[in-house]
Write a protein that binds this ligand. Structure first.
Ligand SMILES: Nc1ncnc2c1ncn2[C@@H]1O[C@H](COP(=O)(O)OP(=O)(O)OP(=O)(O)O)[C@@H](O)[C@H]1O
Ligand SMILES: [Mg+2]
Length: 330
C-alpha cells in the first residue's frame, strides 16, 4: 500500500466511502439493487470521482474480483472504430455469467476522445438486442457535448460537479491524520483554493509537499512556491502596479521579474487578476473593457502566442484604460 501513489491509496473503494454526489450514488445503488442498471454517461471536470464511482459500482455488483469482470477501455489513443467493434463484441458475446443476472459492464473512460466513427459503432452496439440483454455501458468523459446526441439519449446522464469545499476539507483532514502531516491552517486553505474542487489535484499536491524533504511544515508559501501559482500577496502587488505604475516599470521591474523569480505562468497571473477585478471598485465601463481585453490575452495564450508579447498586451490594456478614465487605485 505504501508504494502506491496517494490518489490510488486514498481512492474510496466502496460507494459508501465516496464523500460526495450522494444523490447520484443513491440512484445508481437503487438501479443495481433492482437489477435494472441503464447505460450510463458520467461527465464532469477532472478529479471529481467519476472513475472511482464506476469502480465502486462494479465492486458492489461483482464483489472483490470485479476487475476481471468488467471491460475497461481507457487509453484514449487506441479508441478507433476497430477497438469498439472487436473488443466490445467479443466481450459482450462471451457466455460467462458474472452475476445472477449475467449483466456485463463495459466502461469506456475518456469517451470524449473517441472518434465520431467509433461513437457511431458504439451507437449500433447500444441498440443491438443481444447487447441490450446482457451488457451495460458506462461512458465517462469531461465534456458531455463531445458525445454524439444519439448516444447521449440512450444513456442516463450523471453530472459530477466539482467537490464542495467541506467534502474536500474532510478528506484533506483525514489524509493529514493518516499520514501524520504537519500543515498550517493557511496551508490547508491554499491547498483547497488551488485544487478548485478537483480531489486528485489536492491529493497530488499534498503528496508532493509531504515527501519533499525541504519542508518540515507545509505552509501556504511552500504550496504556492512548489506549484508555481501566484500567492495572494503577489497578486495584490501586481494589481497595484497595474493600476498605478507606468507601462515600463510594470513590465520590467514588476511583473516580468516577479514571473522569472517565482516561475509564474502568465496565464495563472491573468486568472487571478481577472478574479480580483470583479471585486475591485472600478467604473463599470473600465471593468468591462479590461475583462474583455484580458480574455483576448488569455485566448491568445491558449493558442500558443508568445508570452512576452501577451504580457505587454496585458499590461497595456490597463495603461490604456487608465489613460481613458484617469483611474488610479491605491
Ligand atoms: N468523492 C470523493 N471522495 C473521496 N475521494 C475522492 C472523491 N472523488 C475523487 N476522489 C479522489 O480523487 C482521485 C481521482 O478521482 P477519479 O479518478 O474518480 O476522478 P475522475 O472524475 O475520474 O477524473 P478524470 O475526469 O480526470 O478521469 C481518486 O483517486 C480519489 O483519491
Ligand atoms: Mg477518470
Amino acid at each position: 500500500m505504501d508504494s502506491l501513489p496517494w490518489v490510488e491509496k486514498y481512492r474510496p473503494a466502496d460507494l459508501s466511502e465516496l464523500a460526495s454526489h450522494k444523490d447520484i450514488i443513491s440512484t445508481i445503488s437503487r438501479f443495481i439493487d433492482e437489477n435494472r442498471l441503464p447505460h450510463m454517461l458520467f461527465y464532469g471536470p477532472p478529479g471529481t470521482g467519476k472513475t472511482t464511482t464506476i469502480l465502486a459500482c462494479a465492486k458492489k455488483i461483482y464483489g472483490p474480483k470485479f476487475k476481471s469482470m468488467i471491460l475497461e477501455l481507457n487509453a484514449s489513443d487506441d479508441r478507433g472504430i476497430d477497438v469498439v467493434r472487436d473488443q466490445i463484441k467479443s466481450f459482450a458475446s462471451t457466455k460467462l455469467m458474472f452475476n445472477s443476472s449475467g449483466m456485463k459492464l463495459i466502461v469506456l473512460d475518456e469517451a470524449d476522445a473517441m472518434t465520431n466513427a467509433a461513437q457511431a459503432a458504439l451507437r449500433r452496439g447500444t441498440t443491438n438486442l443481444l447487447y441490450a440483454r446482457n451488457v451495460r455501458f458506462c461512458l465517462i468523459c469531461n465534456y458531455a457535448s463531445k458525445i454524439i446526441p444519439a448516444i447521449q439519449s440512450r444513456c442516463t446522464k450523471f453530472r459530477f460537479s466539482p467537490l464542495p469545499i467541506d467534502t474536500m476539507t474532510d478528506r484533506l483532514n483525514f489524509i493529514v491524520d493518516q499520514e501524520n502531516i504537519n500543515i498550517t491552517p493557511q496551508g490547508k486553505n491554499a491547498l483547497l483554493k488551488l485544487s478548485g474542487g478537483d480531489m486528485r489535484r489536492l491529493v497530488n499536491i499534498l503528496q508532493i509537499q509531504a515527501t519533499h524533504t525541504a519542508f518540515d511544515v507545509i505552509t501556504d508559501d511552500s504550496i504556492y512556491l512548489s506549484t508555481g501559482k501566484p500567492n495572494p500577496s503577489d497578486v495584490e502587488a501586481i494589481i497595484h502596479w497595474l493600476m498605478n505604475d507606468s507601462f515600463k516599470s510594470c513590465y520590467d521591474l514588476a511583473i516580468y521579474n516577479l514571473q522569472k523569480e517565482r516561475g509564474l505562468a502568465l496565464v495563472d497571473i491573468i486568472h487571478e487578476v481577472a478574479e480580483h477585478l470583479i471585486f475591485l471598485e472600478l467604473p463599470s465601463a473600465v471593468r468591462l473593457v479590461l475583462l474583455e481585453k484580458i480574455s483576448d490575452v488569455e485566448r491568445n495564450l491558449s493558442t500558443g502566442s508568445h508570452e512576452k508579447i501577451q504580457l505587454a498586451a496585458f499590461i497595456s490594456s490597463f495603461t490604456i484604460s487608465r489613460n481613458l478614465t484617469n483611474t488610479q487605485i491605491n
